[in-house]
Design a binder for this molecule. Structure first.
Ligand SMILES: NC(=O)c1ccc[n+]([C@@H]2O[C@H](COP(=O)([O-])OP(=O)(O)OC[C@H]3O[C@@H](n4cnc5c(N)ncnc54)[C@H](OP(=O)(O)O)[C@@H]3O)[C@@H](O)[C@H]2O)c1
Length: 431
C-alpha cells in the first residue's frame, strides 16, 4: 500500500479559479474523479480578501456538492499566508495518510441501543502477515443478532466496550500474502468488523463470484437466502397445501421464507409491523395474507388469516408473536426456531422473554420445534445457491436490498433495523 498518496484520495489544486472556462473544466474533472475514488480533497487556492474567499467557499460547496472539502486560502507570498499554507499542508498530509475508519463500541447498552453506544475512530491501516489478506470492505451485512452479541455470549463470544463492532461483510482483496487470493477477488467473511479495511487469515475468507449487483451476495445468495432456504425446507418441511406463517416477514430472511413457501405450493401468511409492510407482502411478494402485529390481538388475527391453524411457523422474533403462533399450531405442526428479534434490544437484566405453558401444549399437539444455525447445512450450500439462482433468474423470487450509505451510518442502520425500518436485507455500503 502506498503510504504517501493512497489511491482513494484525490487532490485537485487550482489557482485563480474565477476564470469561467478553467472553472467548468475543474468541476467536471473533480466530479469524474469523485465517481471512481473514495475521497476527494479539493484544495482551491484563491487570491483576494477573506470575504471573497468565503464567497468562493460557499459557491463551491453548492456546485461541488459531492466533494468532501473546499478550502480557499490566500496567496502564499507573505508570512501570514505561509502559515496558512503550512496549516493546510499538514491537514492535507493527514487526509492523505492512509487511515482505517472503524466503528468501536463506546459502551455496552443496558437498555435500548442508541448512537452513543458507538464511536467512529480513525485507526492506522492494518498490515498483512504471511498467509493473510488485506481487504477493503464493500458491504457490512447488518443482522438483528448483532444486538444480541452485545448482550452476552450467543453462538459467538460476547462483545465488550472498546471492541471494533463485529459484522459479517463482503469485501475486495487489496493485497494478498496467500496463494489462494489475488487483488480484486471478492470474498465473504463472517467477522470483518465495522471498518474500512481489515487484514485476515486467508482461512477465514470464502471467495465469491463477482456478480452484479454485488449486494445480492450478501442477501439472497448469502446468509439471508440460505437461512430461509435451509430453515424452511430442512426443518419446516412444508408440504403443498399446508399453511406456513413467518414473522419479521418483510425482513431479510422472512421475505424469502414466504416466497419459497409459495413456490412449494403452500398458503403463506406473513407477520410484520404496520399496514404498509403488510400490503407490500401481499401485493409485491405474493403472500396470501399478512398480519400486522402492531395492530394488537395477533392470536385472533392469525386465527382468521390461517383459516384453521398453522402447519409450519418460521419464528424470527420470539416473544408475544411466538406465543400467538404457538397456540394457533395444528397437530403435528413444525416450528422453525430461527431468531428472537423481540428480545435482542431489551434490558439484559430481564433476560429473554419466556413462554408460559409451553410443555403441555407441545405434548398435546405433538409439536416439534427445532433450532438451527444456517452453517449447520453449509455442506449443501452450493446446491442451495444454484436453486436460489434459478428462482431469481426466472422471476419466481424477488430480491430487495436495503442499503444504507457510509460506514459512519452503521449505528443508525442497526438501530433502525431493530425498529423495523428495513424491508429486505439491510447492508451498509462502505466502499
Ligand atoms: N439461525 C440462523 O442461522 C440465523 C441466520 C440469520 C438470521 N437469523 C435470525 O433471524 C431473524 C431474522 O433476521 P433477518 O435478518 O431476516 O431480520 P431483519 O431483516 O434483521 O429484520 C428484523 C425485523 O424484525 C422485526 N422486529 C423488530 N422488533 C420486533 C419485535 N419486537 N417483534 C416482532 N418483530 C420485530 C422488524 O420488522 P417489523 O417492522 O415487522 O417489526 C425488523 O425489520 C433474526 O432474529 C436473526 O438474528 C438467524
Amino acid at each position: 500500500m502506498n503510504t504517501t498518496l493512497p489511491e482513494d484520495v484525490f487532490c485537485a489544486i487550482t489557482n485563480q479559479i474565477p476564470k469561467t472556462v478553467r472553472l467548468s473544466l475543474f468541476i467536471s474533472l473533480a466530479r469524474a474523479v469523485r465517481k471512481v475514488t473514495e475521497r476527494t480533497l479539493l484544495f482551491a487556492q484563491a487570491q483576494g480578501s477573506p470575504k471573497f474567499a468565503a464567497m468562493l467557499y460557499s459557491f463551491y460547496s453548492g456546485v461541488l456538492d459531492t466533494l468532501d472539502m473546499v478550502v480557499t486560502v490566500r496567496t502564499f507570498s507573505n508570512g501570514a499566508a505561509k502559515k496558512t499554507g503550512l496549516y493546510f499542508a499538514s491537514r492535507f498530509q493527514r487526509l492523505t495518510m492512509p487511515t482505517n475508519r472503524q466503528i468501536h463500541i463506546a459502551e455496552l447498552p443496558k437498555g435500548k441501543l442508541g448512537v452513543d453506544h458507538f464511536k467512529l475512530v480513525e485507526a492506522s491501516m492494518p498490515k498483512t502477515a504471511a498467509g493473510q489478506v488485506l481487504l477493503r470492505i464493500r458491504y457490512l451485512l447488518i443482522d438483528a443478532a448483532m444486538r444480541a452479541w452485545m448482550l452476552g455470549p450467543t453462538y459467538r463470544a460476547a462483545l465488550k466496550a472498546g471492541d471494533v463492532m463485529s459484522s459479517a461483510a463482503l469485501a475486495e482483496v487489496v493485497e494478498s500474502q496467500s496463494p489462494e487470493f489475488r487483488p480484486g477477488d471478492i470474498v465473504y467473511t463472517d467477522d470483518a468488523g465495522c471498518q474500512e479495511f481489515v487484514a485476515l487469515d486467508a482461512s477465514r475468507l470464502r471467495k465469491l463470484d463477482n456478480i452484479e449487483p454485488l449486494s445480492h451476495l450478501g442477501n439472497i445468495y448469502g446468509t439471508a437466502g440460505l437461512t430461509a432456504y435451509f430453515g424452511l425446507l430442512k426443518i419446516g418441511s412444508p408440504q403443498a397445501g399446508e399453511t406456513v406463517v413467518v414473522s419479521a416477514a418483510a425482513g431479510a430472511v422472512g421475505i424469502f421464507v414466504g416466497q419459497i413457501a409459495k413456490l412449494k405450493g403452500c398458503r403463506v401468511i406473513g407477520i410484520a409491523g404496520g399496514q404498509a409492510k403488510c400490503e407490500l407482502l401481499t401485493k409485491d411478494f405474493g403472500f396470501d395474507a399478512a398480519v400486522d402485529y402492531k395492530a394488537g390481538n395477533v392470536y385472533q388475527a392469525l386465527l382468521a388469516a390461517t383459516q384453521g391453524g398453522i402447519d409450519v411457523y418460521f419464528d424470527n422474533v420470539g416473544g408475544e408473536v411466538f406465543e400467538a403462533c404457538l397456540f394457533n399450531m395444528k397437530p403435528h405442526g413444525r416450528i422453525v426456531a430461527c431468531g428472537v428479534v423481540s428480545a435482542y434490544d431489551a434490558d439484559p437484566t430481564k433476560g429473554m422473554q419466556t413462554v408460559r405453558g409451553v410443555p403441555a401444549w407441545f405434548i398435546s399437539r405433538r409439536l416439534s420445534m427445532r433450532g438451527f444455525i444456517v452453517s449447520d447445512f453449509y455442506a449443501e450450500r452450493e446446491q442451495a445457491i444454484a436453486e436460489l439462482k434459478n428462482w431469481v433468474r426466472s422471476g419466481q423470487i424477488k430480491v430487495r436490498d436495503d442499503i444504507v450509505e457510509g460506514l459512519q451510518n452503521f449505528p443508525t442502520a442497526l438501530i433502525g433495523l431493530l425498529a423495523g425500518e428495513n424491508i429486505g436485507k439491510r447492508m451498509v455500503k462502505v466502499s
